[in-house]
Structure formats: C-alpha cells, structure tokens
Design a protein around this ligand. Structure first.
Ligand code: F0G
Length: 401
C-alpha cells in the first residue's frame, strides 16, 4: 500500500488524492509499507526486456515507484541512458532521454498518475526542460498542456521544443520563482494538475537516475554522485533513492551527494554554509538558465538528502561552469551549461582536497548539448568558424595543403 506522507508531521493522505502539500504546509512524499523487491529482478528485466515497461530505465524499477497495472503506464520509454568514463570520471548522460533531459524520468511517473486521477489538463512552471518534457508526455497521453515560463529567460531551443509538442505557453513577465508561484495558484484555482517537482510522483521517477547508475556499476556504489542543483527536486530524489536502496539491501554503503549551484543562483549553498540554519532566497542570475532559480521549492527534502548522505553543496562561477562545459563538449559527450556545474564542482572540490585521488565519482549530466545552442555559439573561438568563397584556394588558405 502506498500513501502520501508529510515529511514533517505524521499526517498522511490517500495515494489518489490531488494534493502537493500537507495541511501544515510541508511537502509530501510517496511512501509504502511493503518491502522493495530484490535487485536481481531489475537486472533480469534489463538483460532480458519483455515489455515496453521493462525497456524503460524508469519502469524497470516499477515495484519501487508506483502501484499501477502495466497497461496504464505512459512511457516513451525513457531512461536507459549511458554511463561514460573519461579521464577517470564517470558521466551519466541524462541528456540521452527522449526529450533531451532527465525530466522525462519524473514526467513519465507523474503523467501516469495524472491520467489515473482523470486530469484533463496539466501544467508546470519551467526554465525550459520540464516544459518540453511535460509537453511531450501530455501529447502522448492526449492531455492539454499549459506551461509557465519566465519571459525571454529560457533558451530558444527549449521554447521551440515545448511549442512543437503542442503545449500552450504562458510567458510570464518575471523570473522562474514568480512563474512558480503563479502556476501553483492557477492549478489550485482552475483544477489543473501540477507537474513540477513539488509533485511527489516526479521525485519517484527521478530516483531511477541513481538506481540505474548503481546498476550500471554492478551495484558497487561510487564514492560521490555529483549533480546540478536548482529547484532541488533532483537532489531530493537522489537522497530518497539512496535511502531506499540502502534499506532494501541493494547497496552496502551510501555514496556522498555533491550538489553544485551556480554562484549567481546559490540559495542552497548559502544555507549549507550555515549548517542549514536559515533558508535563503535570492534573485537569481547565471548563464546556466536551467538553474536560474532563487527560491527552490524542494528545499527541506534536499536538506535531508545532503544530511543523510554526508553530502555537501558547492558553488561555481559562470566562468568555471562554461570552462567545464567546453571540456565536456570536447570529450565528444556534450551537455548544456547547467549540467557542466558538475565537472566544475569536481575540479573545485579536488583542489580543496575534499574529493581525493582514487575516489570514484559520477557526474550526472542533466541536459543535452543542443538544448542551448546560443550558449555554445557565444563560446566558440573566432578561428573555429570561418565563412569562405567557394574556391579551393580559399580552403587552402584556411587549412593549408
Ligand atoms: N539541470 C538541468 C538541465 C535542468 O533543467 C534543471 C532544472 C536542473 C539541472 C536542476 O534540477 O531543479 O531538480 O534542482 N530544470 C527545471 C526546469 C527547473 O524547469 O526545467 P532541480
């Protein structure tokens, strides 16, 4: 049996009640009272997929996500992303999901729940990736999609992608945090189902990033898992995934989480430096538009995730994250700016002696390189792209004989 459990008080609610917070105002979490299956079940599905759900890197773990019959699952399928090793660091590339970001893992579960609840319309506030993912899954399920984005503040690629899948796009004059407050009010008032990561079913799906990477490593837990931190849904999901994996006996030790923020959008980092004594809110500004967030919704869950994993929060400058992005791109892997906070964070933490030589590190790359072409074009060296006359002499002048 599953229930919606308040993270702060003892209140809980039926799994099919439409609500995102407890009466006390705190966040809800999907909890169950039955133990999780043995990990060998997931390994056999991966080795020998028999259904679409088995092929999905999310629904492969279905008993640990949502009690639902397989026929009701809305799946692309998603997940099953690759883990790359480069120069002694592992990169789990969530940009290889169907819409190019990790959001698909949460969206497939939350959208499946939306259909089960009989929702007609779904909505989110977004810096672009959640909106693209929501739009794609809503299109598949035949639901109306409405997205709230900060006007002029999301990448052209993400906006175009969201529109392509058919969503209605409300460009809010304000930042992400303003759009977030507005969509919450709109959903309450208009009976629209909210699919931001405040929705606990999103968190359930995103747990599978961690489970799949553990599976990629034959369940040998790495020392560190490094991820970008914005609205803090993913940090929360990673913490829950590790707690559940440890309790179920899938792993015998818990990796440390390193959540990395952009210095211009660092409320979580500020709280971390004060041992989480205060919750900070900032006006956010960074080139990494995906994580330009000043008042993260999943703050409390993320604090628990950092504490339970003996984790930490770090910040990196825009210059550091763009330099790291160039490195990841030049490895032939590629990612969007927000994802590169991971490698920038590893460099910083190694230099500070906090991450040590020989430790196994997995960076989670959250979005595809093509999500933000403008960020790439602003960064290419002048000599890398040259317009020429259509003559062989012109070619020779540039590239020599
Ligand atoms: N990386 C990328 C590429 C993202 O799009 C986001 C969040 C994050 C990291 C941070 O994850 O919010 O769970 O801490 N993007 C959201 C969106 C806000 O609307 O697409 P988080």
């Amino acid at each position: 049996m599953q229930r919606l459990q308040c993270i702060a008080c003892s209140n809980h609610f039926p799994i099919d009640e439409v609500r995102y917070t407890c009466d006390c105002g705190n966040l809800l979490s999907v909890e169950r009272d039955t133990p999780l299956p043995e990990r060998s079940l997931f390994d056999s599905r991966r080795a020998n997929p028999r259904t679409q759900a088995d092929q999905s890197g999310v629904w492969r773990f279905r008993e640990a996500l949502l009690d639902i019959d397989e026929a009701s699952i809305v799946t692309h399928p998603e997940g099953a992303t690759r883990l790359y090793e480069r120069h002694g660091i592992w990169f789990k590339h969530e940009g290889e999901n169907p819409t190019g970001s990790f959001k698909d893992r949460g969206m497939t579960v939350a959208l499946t729940q939306a259909v089960r609840l009989g929702a007609r319309a779904v909505a989110c506030a977004s810096t672009g990736n959640t909106s693209a993912s929501l739009a794609a899954y809503a299109a598949q399920a035949g639901l109306q999609a409405i997205v709230f984005v900060p006007s002029g503040k999301i990448s052209a690629g993400k906006l175009a992608q969201t529109l392509a899948y058919g969503a209605r796009c409300l460009q809010v004059r304000g930042d992400f945090d303003t759009a977030m407050r507005l969509v919450r009010e709109a959903c309450d008032r208009l009976g629209i189902y909210l699919l931001n990561s405040i929705n606990p079913f999103r968190i359930e799906g995103q747990k599978t990033i961690v489970w799949e990477l553990l599976q990629d490593l034959s369940w040998n837990a790495p020392d560190w898992i490094v991820l970008p931190a914005g609205n803090l849904g993913n940090t929360s999901a990673f913490g829950k995934a590790l707690r559940e994996a440890r309790t179920a006996g899938w792993i015998d030790r818990i990796p440390r989480l390193a959540a990395i923020q952009a210095a211009g959008a660092n409320p979580f980092y500020r709280s971390f430096t004060e041992a989480f004594a205060t919750r900070h809110r900032v006006t956010a500004e960074t080139v990494a538009s995906a994580i330009r967030i000043g008042d993260p919704v999943s703050y409390e869950k993320a604090v628990t995730a950092i504490r339970e994993t003996r984790g930490l929060v770090a910040e990196v400058s825009d210059e550091e994250l763009m330099a790291a992005k160039r490195e990841i791109d030049r490895m032939g892997i590629g990612c969007e700016p927000a994802s590169a906070t991971t490698l920038a964070g590893v460099k910083k933490l190694r230099a500070a002696g906090i991450m040590r030589e020989g430790e196994r590190i997995v960076c989670v790359l959250t979005g595809n390189v093509l999500k933000d072409p403008d960020a790439i074009m602003r960064n290419v060296a002048e000599e890398q792209v040259v317009e020429i006359e259509p003559t062989i002499e012109a070619v020779e002048r540039i590239v020599g004989k």
